[in-house]
Ligand binder design. Structure first.
Ligand code: ATP
Ligand code: MG
Length: 444
């Protein structure tokens, strides 16, 4: 049941008498598969202490969704009706973070548990009807406490708005998330037009969740993306780039980029790349993402520079080929020319994506070195120099992905791979020799 006086009631507008809040569907312990055994001990400790101190304590967001699907959550977030200062007082090992919306981090030896206070949708700027297209829908103020229902409703998708209540081990559903989870649907909470305009990154998140969970995007949500895809340019570029990097890093890029092409959400964002890969112009690209997804899911570390270079590769290759055609009279471009060309081509895009200077440099280097590898030097010493250069590993990873998915340059890749292994082995043996001689010397 809702308390008549939700926390932060002083923040809630009082001019309109509030109707009693719907209480949400409660699925008791026997009706769902979430077991406390799959919740880390530290998280349970936090939930129990809040509960015993008289507060509500719920697990929320991705953790409830993933536990219901028998997946391992990335992190376990807690929500409560205790205010940040009250949470802070309950846990000595905690600190308040954030300026706009204050959260509490409870710090354990090997884990940080994040505790938030129920929040409601922030006030929206009053918008005159003729201004309905203006940007004033973007959320600017994010700091108002609310009730559990309000907290569920301000979340992005129904499947992300479920609560697990430590008081009785039930799941609370205010938004129809359980049904959507069962049906495998990503559905925006509330009016898609409004929710996508408030925060255009939600369009990317819808696509990301559909791809990673193998869900479909519910029709109104999908149509909303088609209508508002242009608004993605209003989102902050670093946040958008981080979303793109995340889906590459976590191994669900193929489905997600496919959906970003199908909905054309990618077009306003990265038109160069969109044009290069749309309507199956380069079949190897999708294969390459498939291989990449498998690689990172298997736990192999792939640098951000390689991930982003993969995305740029079909475009860069096409542009170089075009340029070579233009220069047909003078023959193929020399490597120095290719390098300059790549630099001038990719830098504006990297700047637009607001990538860190280091990442931009590494992308440039990875792509340049890839082109160097495609034409292996015949001279042995030059080969050694290539292997010892910093970006060699990135370029080799890129070449591997490209060769295995396009069927081109497979021999060149194998040659470099074998060569790099020989060099590495020789290096290790060299280190071994130095270590033993040092030891011998010390003994004497
Ligand atoms: P992951 O497993 O990738 O962490 P998640 O669902 O936990 O997935 P987070 O980005 O960690 O996603 O966000 C935690 C929760 O916060 C989400 O489940 C959702 O309820 C809410 N949330 C996150 N981003 C938004 C957003 N842009 N708009 C509304 N709610 C959001
Ligand atoms: Mg999360």
């Amino acid at each position: 049941m809702e308390t008549s006086n939700p926390p932060g009631a002083e923040d809630v507008e009082t001019s309109v008498p509030e109707a009693p809040e719907p209480s949400g569907t409660v699925i008791d312990r026997s009706g769902h598969p979430i077991s406390r055994r799959s919740v880390p001990e530290n998280v349970l400790k936090v939930l129990y202490r809040l509960h015993r101190s008289g507060y509500r304590a719920y697990l929320c967001g991705g953790s409830v969704r993933d536990l219901l699907m028998n997946r391992t959550p990335k992190d376990f977030d807690v929500v409560t009706d205790a205010h940040p200062n009250e949470v802070r007082r309950l846990f000595r090992n905690s600190r308040i973070i954030g300026r706009r919306f204050r959260l509490v981090h409870i710090i354990f030896q090997d884990q940080v548990v994040e505790v938030a206070t129920f929040r409601r949708e922030p006030e929206r700027a009053i918008v005159a009807p003729e201004d309905a297209e203006s940007e004033d829908f973007l959320i600017t103020d994010d700091n108002t406490f609310g009730s559990p229902l309000q907290d569920a409703r301000r979340r992005d998708f129904t499947i992300n708005a479920l609560f697990y209540n430590i008081a009785d081990f039930s799941v609370i559903d205010y938004v129809g998330g359980i049904e959507d989870l069962r049906a495998g649907r990503v559905r925006v909470i509330g009016d898609p037009d409004l929710r996508f305009r408030e925060d255009p990154v939600r369009m990317m998140r819808a696509i990301e969740f559909a791809s990673r969970l193998g869900f479909e995007i519910e029709e109104a949500t999908y149509q909303g993306i088609l209508r508002h895809r242009g608004d993605i340019l209003k989102a902050s570029p670093p946040r958008v780039s981080e979303e793109i990097l995340e889906l590459l890093r976590r191994g669900w890029s193929r489905g997600a980029i496919r959906l970003m092409v199908d909905t054309a959400l990618l077009e306003p964002l990265l038109p160069e790349i969109y044009n290069a890969i749309r309507v199956d112009r380069v079949p190897y690209f999708w294969k390459m993402l498939e291989v990449l997804d498998r690689t990172v899911q298997a736990g192999r570390k792939v640098s951000d520079a390689v991930l982003l270079s993969v995305l740029m590769l079909p475009w860069v290759i096409e542009e170089i080929e075009e340029e070579e055609k233009r220069r047909a009279a003078t023959g193929r471009m020399r490597i120095a020319e290719v390098i300059l060309f790549i630099r001038e081509l990719t830098q504006p895009l990297c700047a637009r994506m607001a990538l860190a200077a280091g990442t931009r440099h590494q992308i440039e280097q990875a792509l340049e070195t890839l082109w160097r590898l495609l034409e292996p030097p015949t001279e042995r010493r030059a080969q050694f120099r290539a292997v010892y250069r910093e970006p060699f590993n990135d370029a080799l990873a890129l070449l591997e992905l490209y060769a295995l998915s396009s069927g081109r340059y497979v021999d060149v890749f194998r040659q470099w791979q074998a060569f790099a292994q020989r060099v590495r082995r020789a290096q290790e043996e060299g280190e071994q020799v130095t270590k033993t001689t040092r030891r011998r010397r010390r003994r004497r």
